[in-house]
Design a protein around this ligand. Sequence first.
Ligand SMILES: [Cu+2]
Length: 142
Amino acid sequence: MMLQQIRRAGGGKIGILLACVLMMGVAQVSAQPEQHVEVSIKDYTFRTTQMPLQLNAATVIHVKNEDNVRHDFGSTIFHNSPTRVESSGVITYGDNIGGAFVDPGRDVTFRFVIERPGRYQFQCSIHTEMKGEILLLSVGAV
Ligand SMILES: [Cu+2]
């Protein structure tokens, strides 16, 4: 609980750092590790692998473009969430980003905290038939 308050008040960096310290030092404490969503793009199709996602936990979406053309990963999932985007070694931050373009053979990593449960669509704005979905469960929901 204390971790969440610090993360909200002080920004993501402090929270993530603290989470690492907690995990190394006190194995019994159920500090939440990062939860990962892997998205690969091949043959103009999104393929998604995700574990059950929980609210208010550090979340990483990794998008890899295995095609020979440029694609886009666009979604409302990042709206109103401070998001760190790493693309080809360049790191940018935004509170309301709509996604990122992924060049052929490259990958993009999004780091953020999801605060609203639901089904989040994502799509490629270049090839509008390309769509996918990320499902976010609410903690404690039965
Ligand atoms: Cu595309």
